[in-house]
Design a protein around this ligand. Structure first.
Ligand SMILES: [Zn+2]
Length: 217
C-alpha cells in the first residue's frame, strides 16, 4: 500500500510522531515509576520535508509549552517539574530558553518574560493539528488554520475541555496520546475543530482560519 505524506500528499518516506516525541519524557528522565510514555505514540506517514524528527522547532515549542505551564503553576505536578528539570540540564535547551527570555520589570521586581517566536510555535501546532486529522480521518487537512492559545495571551482565563463560551461540541470524545497527563485532544472533522491540552493545563484551540490569517497565533 503506497502511503502519502499527511501534510503535502507527496509519497511518504518515513513516519512522523504526532505530537512530536520530544513532548514525552523518556524513562531515563522520570524513572520507571511512570512507565514508558513513548511506547504507544501516534505516527503518520510523512515525506522528508514534513518529518519534524530532526527539527529544532519541535524542541523549541515543547520548551515554550513547558515553561509557560510551570510558570503559571497550572498542572505543574511533580511529574512535569521533573521532566522540565531534565530538559533544562541539556545545554541545548538551556540556550534555547535563555534566547527566549527578555528581562522585564514587574511590580518593581526584575523578572523575565518569555518571548515567543510565533512562526515557529504556530508552525509546530499546525503540523500537530494536521497530523491528528490525518490520524483520525485518514485524509489531509487542507487550508490555513487559526491557532488560539489562551495562556500565551494576556489576561486569558484558564479554559477547560467543556468551555461553553468556545462552543465546544458537547459530544466530542476526549482522547489522549502516550499519557493523559501529557497530551489530550478532542477533534471534530466538519467543520474542523481541535482542542489540545498539553501537560494537563496548556490549552490550544485550532479552527479553520478566516481569510488572510496564517498558521500562527
Ligand atoms: Zn510532505
Amino acid at each position: 500500500m503506497s502511503k502519502s505524506c499527511y501534510f503535502c500528499g507527496e509519497p511518504a518516506t518515513s513516519r512522523d510522531h504526532v505530537p512530536p516525541r520530544v513532548f514525552f519524557p523518556e524513562v531515563k528522565d522520570l524513572g520507571q515509576h511512570y512507565g514508558d510514555l513513548r511506547k504507544q505514540l501516534v505516527t503518520v506517514p510523512s515525506c522528508a520535508l514534513h518529518n519534524g524528527e530532526q527539527s529544532r522547532d519541535d524542541e523549541y515549542t515543547a520548551l515554550i509549552v513547558m515553561v509557560s505551564i510551570t510558570n503559571e503553576d497550572i498542572g505543574a505536578d511533580h511529574f512535569l517539574s521533573k521532566f522540565r528539570r531534565t530538559m533544562e540540564r541539556s545545554p541545548r535547551f538551556r540556550s534555547m530558553l535563555e534566547a527566549s527570555l527578555t528581562p522585564t520589570v514587574s511590580d518593581g521586581h526584575q523578572t523575565a518574560s518569555l518571548r515567543i517566536d510565533q512562526g515557529r510555535y504556530g508552525g509546530v501546532m499546525a503540523r500537530i493539528s494536521r497530523g491528528l486529522h490525518f490520524h483520525e480521518v485518514g485524509t489531509r487537512l487542507n487550508g490555513r488554520l487559526h491557532i488560539d492559545t489562551p495562556c500565551l495571551g494576556t489576561g486569558s482565563p484558564e479554559v477547560g475541555f467543556r468551555d461553553a463560551s468556545r462552543s465546544h461540541p458537547a459530544d466530542l470524545q476526549v482522547k489522549w496520546v502516550g499519557d493523559p497527563r501529557i497530551f489530550e485532544y478532542a477533534l471534530a472533522v466538519e467543520p474542523f475543530y481541535l482542542h489540545m491540552k498539553f501537560y494537563g493545563g496548556f490549552d490550544v484551540f485550532v479552527t479553520p482560519a478566516t481569510t488572510a490569517e496564517r498558521d500562527d497565533l
